[in-house]
Write a protein that binds this ligand. Structure first.
Ligand SMILES: Cc1ncc(COP(=O)(O)O)c(C=O)c1O
Length: 370
């Protein structure tokens, strides 16, 4: 217990990456030992099996394991035919890698605004950024909320889903993963489905796109003899795949836990104090981060820290205002992005967050803002 002034608060961490995993530890250890005993570490049976299982989970024909979610974006864009001279529309309110992957293909990122309630891009915002050079749109399922892929595709432009934060999310048209031309995933240790290091994947229904991505992850070769493209050395490794295979069957239960945590917050009255995130139409987000908005966000963050409540402003400086993006940001005005960048704050969430913990967080928010 932490005593702050006259309030007593049970500390609640921003993430709890250990409790949900605890029941799986023995099986994960056995899976690691199995890979070590087999002495096959790169592109072996564990990666092949994970690719099949993850594709089936997403409802996609193919999954291609790669080294991380950033490479997944670059490789997927190239496999979609994106290259020099092309434009790719991306949100600016996202993790930097979403946009960083675009110049890596030779193309130019074009930033579009987001809906402040859902944190996602909308078809209208994308339409405002379309030009004859637009080759693709990266629709980010930010914080686990589902971007409106079908509506964006209806504009006549291919969509790559950046699903790094959306494992476990469901939508009216299915899970993320095959809603657009392709989807990219990160299995970074804090993600909803996480490995013990870096890892990523590309999922798609498109046979040719999958085959091209498979070549690009191995130096642009399909047979390790002939090199047809300038590619990458970007593989998911056997140890990480084995760890992910143990966890995948638990993902839906964990996602339900995240949704339950959001309901705990609502029931505890958090919406009376700050603006809650709104699920996009038809989506059931597996909230990777539970992000609220508050005009006094920085004051709230400082006060919550004093109460032992984990919280974090992830994207205070939106991507189009980052120094490296200056060549692509001249004249870009994104008022909603600037507003959410200034006012957002992630509160604790995990698959095992209890109503009591949510109540503690809400009480602390009330104490700070009242
Ligand atoms: C929305 C988004 N896109 C891409 C990435 C990049 O993934 P990775 O860190 O595995 O390269 C992340 C990771 O944080 C992310 O949150």
């Amino acid at each position: 217990m932490l005593t702050v002034g006259c309030t007593t608060t049970m500390p609640v961490p921003l993430f709890d990456t250990t409790s949900a995993l605890a029941p799986l530890h023995a099986r994960i250890d056995a899976a690691i030992a199995g890979v070590v005993a087999a002495r096959r570490f790169i592109l072996g049976p564990e990666v092949a099996a994970f690719e099949q299982e993850f594709a089936a989970y997403c409802g996609a024909r193919h999954a291609v394991g790669v080294a991380n979610g950033t490479d997944a974006l670059t490789i997927a864009l190239r496999a979609m035919g994106v290259g020099p001279g092309d434009e790719v529309i991306v949100p600016s309110f996202t993790f930097y890698a979403t946009a960083e992957a675009v110049p890596a293909t030779g193309a130019r990122p074009v930033f579009c605004d987001v809906d402040p309630d859902t944190f996602c891009m909308t078809a209208d915002r994308v339409a405002a950024a379309l030009t004859p050079a637009t080759k693709a749109v990266v629709a980010v399922h930010l914080f686990g909320n589902l971007a409106p892929v079908a509506e964006i595709e209806a504009l006549g432009v291919p969509v790559l889903e950046d699903a790094a934060q959306a494992a476990g999310t469901r939508g009216a048209d299915g899970r993320p993963g095959a809603l657009g031309s392709a989807a990219t995933w990160s299995f970074f240790p804090s993600k909803n489905l996480a490995c013990f290091g870096d890892g990523g994947a590309i999922t798609t229904d498109d046979d040719e796109l999958a085959a091209f991505a498979r070549m690009l992850r191995f130096h642009g070769s399909h047979d390790k003899v002939t090199y047809e493209h300038i590619g990458y050395n970007s593989r998911l490794d056997e140890l990480q795949a084995a760890i992910l295979r143990v966890q995948l069957p638990a993902l839906d239960t964990w996602a339900d836990g995240r949704r339950a945590a959001a309901r705990h917050y609502e029931a505890a009255g958090l919406g009376e104090l700050v603006t809650l995130p709104v699920a996009t139409a038809g989506s059931e987000p597996a909230w990777h981060l539970y992000v609220v908005r508050c005009e006094r966000a920085d004051e709230l963050a400082a006060g919550l820290a004093e109460h032992g409540i984990g919280c974090k402003a992830y994207y205070r400086t939106p991507v189009h205002r980052q120094p490296a993006m200056a060549p692509f940001a001249a004249g870009v005005e994104l008022p909603m992005t600037d507003a959410v960048a200034r006012t957002h704050l992630a509160l604790p969430i995990s698959p095992v967050m209890s109503a009591e913990q949510a109540g503690e967080v809400v009480a602390a928010v009330r104490a700070v803002l009242d």
